[in-house]
Design a protein around this ligand. Sequence first.
Ligand code: HEM
Length: 230
Amino acid sequence: MIDSPPQYDNEHNYITLDANFNHSFYTRTLPPVPADCPTPMGVAGRNDLPDLDILAKSLLSREKFKPDQRGTSVLFPFMAQHFTHMFIKTDMKRGPQFQWGGHGLDVSHIYGRDKHDEDLLRSFRDGKFKLQTINNEEWPLHNKDVNMKLNFFDFVPVMENNSFALGHAFFNNFPGLFMFSTIWMREHNRVCNIMKQEHPEWDDERLYQTGKLIVLGKYLKMVNARVYHK
Ligand code: HEM
């Protein structure tokens, strides 16, 4: 059972009101390892941690391609990565005990973290995202035309042609995250086109908000379908 209100946050190993009410905190069900504990993982854990290079090489490196037995592909982990970044959002600037998300499945990773960012991505016409056409295909706008605040890994060279305006500041770092955001933005606009035909009297705001609800519904249905059906 998970205690409610939660027992701990990362800074306290006793109950605080903040653990329940301060939504910028991650809470935890187990107390942190005491600061004066001589072993890094607690007295029941190992004295030392394995070398990361050895761990990565022995667990992750492959000599040759092995197809997944369930027939899945790299699209699946990218989908999971896109999904989980919707609600697991560590605020690294403040510290690993803080988070900046909305605590739920809110499609903010597609639409933007707050109204300011959402508005930057909107066209304010027919409820749609502002997208650009490249080779007859719809793509997110280059960020030079939008000026959103983006986060890149230090080792990723930031150039005009790899910086796109996406709902999550981190998503330009990975092709799969960029791809899934693009697909969902296209889907939102497709849904808006259909709604506009069905409800010509709806204004931009209603089409946008309803499109967002529908995209969330589709996202949840897809995730459930993957979990519960073979
Ligand atoms: C190409 C493979 C991947 C790489 C290189 C990668 C890299 C990273 C890095 C560097 C971080 C930040 C860690 C930190 O500073 O604490 C991170 C966090 C995270 N990753 Fe991945 N990741 C990959 C795949 C995935 C997948 C497949 C998933 C989901 C199934 C995933 C979900 C997450 C989540 C939820 C976080 C935490 C984000 C947060 O705390 O704000 N990642 N990843």
